[in-house]
Design a protein around this ligand. Sequence first.
Ligand SMILES: Cc1cc2nc3c(=O)[nH]c(=O)nc-3n(C[C@H](O)[C@H](O)[C@H](O)COP(=O)(O)OP(=O)(O)OC[C@H]3O[C@@H](n4cnc5c(N)ncnc54)[C@H](O)[C@@H]3O)c2cc1C
Length: 465
Amino acid sequence: MSRPRIVIVGAGFAGYRTARTLSKLVRHKADITLLNPTDYFLYLPLLPQVAAGLLEPRRVTVSLSGTLPRVRLVLGEADGIDLDSRTVHYTGPEGEGGTLAYDRLVLAVGSVNKLLPIPGVAEHAHGFRGLPEALYLRDHVTRQMELAAGADDPKSCAARCTFVVVGAGYTGTEVAAQGQRYTEAQVRKRPLPNGRKPRWLLLDVAPRVLPEMDERLSRTADRVLRERGVEVRMGTSVKEATHDGVLLTDGEFVDTRTLVWCVGVRPDPLVEGVGQPMERGRLLVDPHLQVPGHPEVFACGDAAAVPDLNNPGGYTPMTAQHAWRHGAVVARNVAASIGVGERTFYRHRDLGFVVDLGGVQAAANPLGVHLPGPLAGAVTRGYHLAAMPGNRVRVAADWLLDAVLPRQAVQLGLVRSWSVPLDTASPELPRVPDSASGPAETSTGGAPTEPPGPVRRTDTPAEED
Ligand SMILES: Cc1cc2nc3c(=O)[nH]c(=O)nc-3n(C[C@H](O)[C@H](O)[C@H](O)COP(=O)(O)OP(=O)(O)OC[C@H]3O[C@@H](n4cnc5c(N)ncnc54)[C@H](O)[C@@H]3O)c2cc1C
């Protein structure tokens, strides 16, 4: 009899853990295929440190083929799921199509940037959900600081060294905290005209920073940011974004060339196409993480609405902590469905949060215990090292180097503004030019001034940098 075919779509926190655990549980009793657009697992919580030049981008990745030897990796993005014929259709990295047949399917496609209908935001803001966006931001911020340092016009200088981050959840708070330190370090090496300081604004409609976390974490983050000069503007958002700046909801117009959109995420739109009951864009599953009426289909991570048994009537939040543990439960239940072990249901209580604020500062409450300043910083870094499924030594080495050497502020300019639009279903991939028409060169021989044609699942043009 042929071995059951298990297809896992997505190799993030949930999908990677599913693949890793399953390959140990079922060994040679099933064929496991992992479909993912990149050949790496991305450790998202350290992405703000990539944008701030603290960690090199490869440090926050873990090779899939290098760490999952018994799993077949197929590079590509799923673009259609047929529950009747039990097949997944995908598009590979060079545009070729393919189909995977399954006996068990695990959907773990994560989430994408959340958009709000605010004029100009889709055109002028950039999200922070993938490695391309982090690389873009690192280069962009470096370049703005270099241009500000050389600017004759004070207005232009002020606009270039002003950075607006919208959304004070853990992503926006870390981007502002790490970014401020990065620009401060640049100013120390090359001061801005007239002793000007970089200006960072962190906005949110919520009344406090880290609104979904314990209030003591909010107070710590708020204090650290304000002490560093970050303008923490709660109860405030963006009314309109333009090429020259942003109009805030309190009526102020801020001249800036940088708008970072961290207002949250929404489930990957792929799961909508499955045609099964949804809960706020997430695919509804039962406590065993199975899709009702389709016991052969499992879903987990940000893309799944998983009942929270500790909070009856609620669903588990979209965090790495839950996605990672969903993956272990899905693996057990898939294995049980083919006769290996017993199935189980999902229940997990939050173990606290760690928010790295740069330097030795962090806001952390592991197991609910609120930790002060440098101790929180040490625990936060230790937590990340323990939680990463690989590459720990390289991450620790980068931290060590950053402690003793000045940070390297150079921009390679490899990820352009148009290749990381806010409105995309594929934040893990930079948008690439249509190979048929090819990118148009500018007169200076640089990158194209126009987005050269969509090939990924996105249509929104963005301004050129
Ligand atoms: C900057 C940032 C910082 C964060 N920090 C924290 C933190 O400190 N603590 C915390 O608990 N949470 C944090 N989160 C949230 C956490 O990262 C997510 O909740 C978690 O990644 C969800 O796991 P997942 O497996 O569902 O999705 P992901 O980890 O995003 O993985 C989804 C995978 O699916 C792949 N994929 C997407 N579409 C397709 C497709 N069509 N076909 C095939 N593959 C596809 C993607 O490439 C990716 O590999 C952070 C998020 C961000 C963006």
